[in-house]
Design a protein around this ligand. Structure first.
Ligand code: AMP
Length: 331
């Protein structure tokens, strides 16, 4: 049985991109693997959430994990900060992580560009915290999107370095979980290539959005002034709407709008109305479950406690053994 580990940062509600790119796959994986899925709240501190928002965000993501079909009996679902062993392993790994290699990380360079006012050490050492999350359970498979591949490569570097420095064969080298098909990327409503919560307000549709909010967002999606030449490539905004239509609407609807685009008779407003209703139909069951779960604090508390208890078993063992390997001894 493979050991799988993956987390999602609680920086807001989960959107359709998170569902198709991550959660949907997590749900499949939990059937055949020993899975650890966590809410990466330590990681979320790199962008300084206010203390008043932190717990609410964690709670929402936990409810959204469960509403999406993650099963606390099958997988170990936990909150990262409930496992302080991760922080200790992160500290130990940082001693053998070099500034140069951390600075070369694409995601770090990107953050220097996007949040120049807050280039903190947590951002620089994001890859060592991610490595700690993975190797604390000795995971060998990690479901990652394209943007996380470099971080996984760094985890392998840290693992190999640890094994070499201490002359042990302790940590396994984790590899990307192969889904046997290309990963789905959900585009944004703002014409961006990837739906994202941080891009801006209108890019993402959240699993918990109400029908009215979904209608408003879809109606405001970026398009163009119409198909000037239907044989030329479509503008990115329109391309995105067609791509969303292919995920959420039935084949007849897709054929209808593709044909009316080619005929030059398409009205984007009609396409958006249809797409909004189809997305609402898709998200409705998730939304219902999220609302029910969010109001059941006792249940969420039980799930988080069970997850922490299960995760602690491997975490404590790993940290104890790593301390021994490094040379810490009690008197
Ligand atoms: P993030 O929201 O960046 O923390 O992403 C959490 C997870 O969702 C990661 O595994 C991402 O690869 C995945 N994800 C985020 N946005 C999208 C998207 N637009 N399409 C597909 N997967 C996504």
């Amino acid at each position: 049985m493979e050991i799988v580990a993956s987390g999602i940062r609680p920086t807001g509600n989960l959107h359709l991109g998170n569902y198709f790119g991550a959660l949907q796959n997590f749900v499949k994986m939990q059937e055949e693997n020993h899975c650890f899925f966590f809410i990466a709240d330590y990681h979320s501190l790199t962008t300084h959430p206010t203390p008043g928002d932190l717990h609410g965000n964690v709670k929402n993501v936990l409810a959204e994990f469960l509403a999406s079909g993650l099963d606390p009996e099958k997988a170990t679902i936990y909150v990262q900060s409930d496992l302080p062993e991760t922080a200790e392993l992160y500290l130990l790994l940082n001693m053998n992580a070099y500034i140069g290699e951390l600075e070369r990380c694409t995601s770090f360079k990107e953050k220097i560009r996007t949040q120049p006012q807050n280039v903190n050490a947590g951002l620089l050492t994001y890859p060592t915290l991610m490595a700690a999350d993975i190797i604390i359970h000795k995971a060998n498979k990690v479901p990652v999107g394209k943007d996380q591949e470099q971080h996984l490569e760094m985890t392998r570097t840290f693992v190999n370095r640890f094994n070499r420095i201490y002359k042990v064969d302790y940590f396994p080298e984790p590899v990307a979980y192969n889904f046997g098909e290309t990963l789905i990327k959900i585009p944004g409503l703002d014409g961006s290539l990837k739906m994202s919560k941080s891009a801006n307000e209108v890019s993402a549709i959240f699993l918990a959005d109400s029908p009215d909010v979904i209608r408003k967002k879809v109606m405001r999606a970026v398009t163009d002034s119409g198909p000037v030449d239907p044989n030329k490539p479509r503008s990115q905004g329109v391309e995105n709407l067609f791509s969303l239509l292919s995920y959420f609407s039935d084949p007849q609807t897709n054929t209808h709008f593709n044909e009316s685009y080619l005929a030059g008779t398409i009205r984007y407003g009609d396409l958006k109305k249809q797409l909004a209703e189809d997305i609402i139909r898709f998200t409705a069951p998730f939304r219902e479950k999220i609302i029910a779960l969010t109001s059941d604090n006792e249940y969420l508390k039980k799930v988080a406690a069970l997850g922490a208890e299960k995760a602690r078993v491997s975490a404590r063992k790993t940290v104890r053994e790593v301390r021994e390997i490094i040379g810490f001894k009690s008197f």
